[in-house]
Design a protein around this ligand. Sequence first.
Ligand code: HPA
Length: 279
Amino acid sequence: MTNTMDERIKKIETAAQYIESRLDGRKPVAAIILGSGLGQLAEIIEDRITIPYAEIPCFPVSTVIGHKGNFICGYLGGKCVIAMQGRFHYYEGYDMATLTLPVRVMSKLGVKVLMVSNAAGALNPDYKVGDTVIIRDHINFMPNPLIGPNMEDFGPRFPDMTCPYDLELQEKALEIAAGMGIKLDKGVYFGGTGPTYETPAEVRFFRAIGADLVGMSTVPEVIVARHCGLRVFGMSVVTNVANTENVERNFNDGEDVVQQANAATQRMIPLFTKLVESL
Ligand code: HPA
């Protein structure tokens, strides 16, 4: 067991040292995981240094052909950030240690904040396609990424989870959104393994246990970020409304959904930028 642990730490340190060697002495203060909702944010990061995952020793490589896999370090809202363009999902077949390794690596680089975005289905009947929702809590239905020998150098065996999403960052995001005339909800994100979407019976179940949003990402990274002591901010773009009845087809498919999601991205980019600026 101890050997396994040593191997994990060796990988994290090797990857972190390599990335650091490519950063020209830059010290990123925040990490950003660019989910489906926020991919275009990468383009407005200034003075970018791009590091493909494939060049990083001990780093996982994306299985999805044509999928971007880069770290981008540069300036956003005047702050040095490191962004992940392309994330790893459990449903792709990565084990939890591998898929959360990037978070530990970014923590090793010295970031203090993790900002994550994702696309999610709406369970809350008040949500509409294109809504942007602050994640205020989550329900984890994936294997816990901290199972196994604890990495004492990073955090405790039994991390507290009463406040996984930073309250101050949520408050700031609401203020910024209000200033921009954007409506923002706060919701509970249900993290499942995928890759199947939910059956109507599952949708009713997840709603009943208090979830507002459902998706297949984010929760493992957030758990590991909290283990590392990072402050976390998360946001979802509602790309579809989950069905509660067995209908013939998914009425959420189509151009409209893509358009609404894109419009949401256009609102999220300035919001994330201002939030980073306020750090
Ligand atoms: N379910 C799970 N994951 C998702 C969904 C959904 O409806 N929409 C986007 N990601």
